[in-house]
Design a protein around this ligand. Structure first.
Ligand SMILES: Cc1ncc(C[n+]2csc(CCOP(=O)(O)OP(=O)(O)O)c2C)c(N)n1
Ligand SMILES: [Mg+2]
Length: 360
């Protein structure tokens, strides 16, 4: 009986797809209502983000950037979901989710400062509804339920959305956050980008659940598994989740995706835990390739258009890194001063010491 119940639940979480690997629409009824201009904008953003990812990796190798978690392969998952948001919705991202932050309004320059560990990289301008990317796995999920509840209490028509990974979905905070949001009917969206690995640990070693999406059931919220390489499906699922969130039902969205690169640039070697066969299987599902095919079939995209985006991205990245180089390096007194409103005695002593040193 219990086995049958579990099986019944699992069967309900089939992957939602609109655009297949060949760039053909396979689910016409679910096609989102996007204008030609909006479709082109989605493509521009994905192409731009891939160029930026390549540049960020090489800037990191040159020692010009610090912490960086590559995003290639996950563009549809990241940008399709962000595209469905309102400017005033709140995003609570993880360390890899810098693209969503940038397309929500953060400058590339600030993203680079964050990468360098500069405190200004974490200071969001007023009106930019972003929280600093969370490095501790799962530590932005309960907070998302809280922010969502705050938005509801203030009578706002906005949602809070958070992003985590398959590894994040194994944390206690993940369950607590969803449970809390469900109980309080908070306008929250929980996105799990399932790229099948938490650094080197495969998802099947982290959880016996067949899907991550089904974990929504116990929290009494909606759950959906989406093809995370299909930007139209991710967009449509998030748009629907946003509507439901505002009506009192949060959603857990699991996007099936893959990161082509290493976990971060700090020494991870994916060839030690992934095969090249698996890599090429996923590269065939590439979100940009399939969306390009689709747009070309509608005469909405061309090589010329793509080259324009590539050039623009390269120029803007160059300008942003230059601007970043011009920022004064952070001082120890900045670090101490930014941590506390009132300094405890021992830190006050250090502050005085460093003020003295830095004045020389
Ligand atoms: C609480 C906590 N434990 C461990 C780590 C170390 N750590 C950093 S990333 C990571 C894996 C996360 O994997 P996943 O959630 O799948 O996200 P992905 O990097 O694949 O996007 C771990 C274990 C951490 N940052 N925080
Ligand atoms: Mg992962």
């Amino acid at each position: 009986m219990a086995e049958k119940t579990l099986k019944n639940i699992e069967e309900q979480f089939e992957m939602f797809q609109i655009l297949n690997e060949e760039g053909k629409i396979v689910n016409k009824d679910a096609l989102p209502d996007l204008s030609d201009e909006e479709l082109q904008e989605l493509m521009r953003r994905m192409v731009y983000t891939r160029i930026w990812d390549q540049r960020a990796i090489s800037l990191n190798r040159q020692g010009r950037l610090g912490f960086y978690a590559p995003v290639a392969g996950q563009e549809a998952s990241m940008l399709g979901s962000q595209f469905s948001l309102d400017k005033e919705d709140w995003i609570l991202p993880g360390y890899r989710d810098i693209p969503q932050m940038v397309w929500h309004g953060m400058s590339l320059h600030q993203a680079f400062l964050f990468s360098r560990g500069h405190f200004k990289g974490g200071q969001m301008a007023e009106g930019l509804n972003l929280v600093m990317p969370q490095i501790i796995i799962g530590a932005q999920i309960i907070q998302t339920a809280g922010v969502a509840l705050g938005l509801k209490r203030r009578g706002k028509d906005n949602v809070a959305i958070t992003y985590t990974g398959d590894g994040g979905a194994s944390q206690g905070d993940f369950y607590e956050g969803m449970n809390f949001a469900g109980a309080y009917k908070a306008p929250a969206i929980f996105v799990v980008q399932n790229n099948y690995f938490a650094i080197s640990v495969p998802v099947e070693e982290q959880s016996a659940a067949k899907t991550i999406a089904q974990k929504a059931v116990a929290a009494g919220i909606n759950g959906i598994q989406v093809d995370g390489m299909d930007v139209l499906a991710v967009y449509a699922a998030t748009k629907e989740a946003r509507k439901n969130a505002l009506e009192g039902t949060p959603t857990l969205i699991e996007t099936l995706t893959y990161r082509y690169g290493p976990h971060t640039m700090a020494g991870d070697d994916p060839t030690r835990y992934r095969t090249s066969e698996l890599d090429s299987e996923w590269e065939k599902k590439d979100p940009i390739v399939r969306f390009r095919k689709y747009l070309e079939s509608k005469k909405l995209w061309s090589e010329e258009e793509e080259n324009k985006v590539v050039e623009k991205a390269k120029e803007e990245i160059k300008a942003a890194i230059k601007e970043t180089d011009e920022v004064a390096p952070q001082k120890v007194t900045d670090l101490i001063g930014n941590m506390f409103e009132e300094l405890p005695v021992n830190l006050q002593q250090q502050m005085d010491e460093y003020k003295e040193k830095e004045s020389k």
